[in-house]
Design a binder for this molecule. Structure first.
Ligand SMILES: NC(=O)c1ccc[n+]([C@@H]2O[C@H](COP(=O)([O-])OP(=O)(O)OC[C@H]3O[C@@H](n4cnc5c(N)ncnc54)[C@H](OP(=O)(O)O)[C@@H]3O)[C@@H](O)[C@H]2O)c1
Length: 254
């Protein structure tokens, strides 16, 4: 199985959870030292095989080199966890265009290309799963988190549609929608959950990954990672769009 973004946060949590189940792992991200350290720990603790294939997935070269690496090693991927991603909080014009290009490539294109490359063999085998990490930020537009929220809306829309296309093929398609989780995401994105109401619902990686593992077993298409988030997702449908934008802008404006 392949986990992207396995060098920190939720990706590390997934690596531990699957290693505990005895899965053979392929880990990818850019920070190779972190991946190697995690691989050594997992081999030691769980006696599983772990392969490290470092890659920068913010452009087509990195995605292609990862796919070529898998092919060269003749690695079969039964489960794909598309977890790598990053965000940016701030006014739309405050970030460089290249940051948005990298974010859109990583959060959407890399995820789509990997799914398109690996799902057909899963379907042929009649067994497999793709878990795409979206976010509650994908459920509604969010001012001052605009491009990130839009990328996650794409992930949510794509994966829910694929859930239906792949139903009864043996291939599960799951969209994970966490709210704030205690990871390096906040440092990278500049988003401080302590300044928003969301801080009340901050989750641990362990909680999020436990929910994800259950959802993958059950093949659930849309998975908010707590009861609070499930309720919020329902309420969101009934809040007038303009009101929602005003409320979220007041929380997210740095
Ligand atoms: N934490 C939250 O509050 C939260 C909430 C909802 C959704 N999410 C989503 O959860 C996923 C995991 O994030 P996290 O919270 O675990 O944050 P994190 O600790 O910052 O982890 C992000 C992972 O993505 C990898 N990554 C970043 N840029 C990359 C690139 N160009 N190429 C390849 N890998 C790259 C990072 O590895 P390297 O830096 O080593 O490349 C790291 O392993 C993301 O998709 C995020 O959007 C997070």
């Amino acid at each position: 199985m392949l986990i992207t973004g396995a060098s920190s946060g939720i990706g590390v949590g997934f690596a531990h959870a699957f290693a505990r189940e005895g899965a053979q792992l392929i880990l990818t991200a850019r920070r190779v030292d972190r991946l190697e350290a995690l691989a050594a720990e997992l081999r030691d603790r769980f006696a599983v095989s772990v392969l490290v294939l470092p890659s920068d997935l913010s452009g087509p070269d990195g995605v292609q080199s990862l796919l070529e690496g898998l092919k060269e090693m003749d690695m079969q991927v039964d489960i794909l966890i598309n977890n790598a991603g990053f965000g940016y909080q701030g006014a739309f014009e405050a970030a460089e265009p290249s940051l948005y290009e990298d974010m859109m490539y990583l959060n959407m294109m890399a995820l789509t290309t990997l799914t398109r490359a690996l799902a057909p063999a899963m379907r042929q085998r009649g067994y497999g799963g793709v878990l795409n990490v979206a976010s509650m930020a994908g459920v509604t537009p969010i001012p001052y988190f605009s491009v990130y929220a839009a990328t996650k809306a794409y992930v949510l829309s794509l994966t829910e549609a694929l859930w239906k296309e792949y139903l009864n093929t043996g291939v599960r398609m799951v969209t994970l929608c966490p709210g704030p989780v205690d990871t390096e995401f906040f440092e990278v994105s500049g988003y401080d959950p302590a300044k928003s109401a969301a801080t009340r619902g901050i989750q641990s990686v362990r909680e999020v990954v436990d929910t994800a593992m259950k959802a993958l077993r059950k093949n659930q298409p849309f998975v908010p990672t707590s009861l609070l988030l499930k309720v919020l997702a329902i309420f969101q449908r009934f809040i007038p769009r303009k009101l929602s934008l005003h409320i979220l802008a007041s929380q997210m404006n740095p």
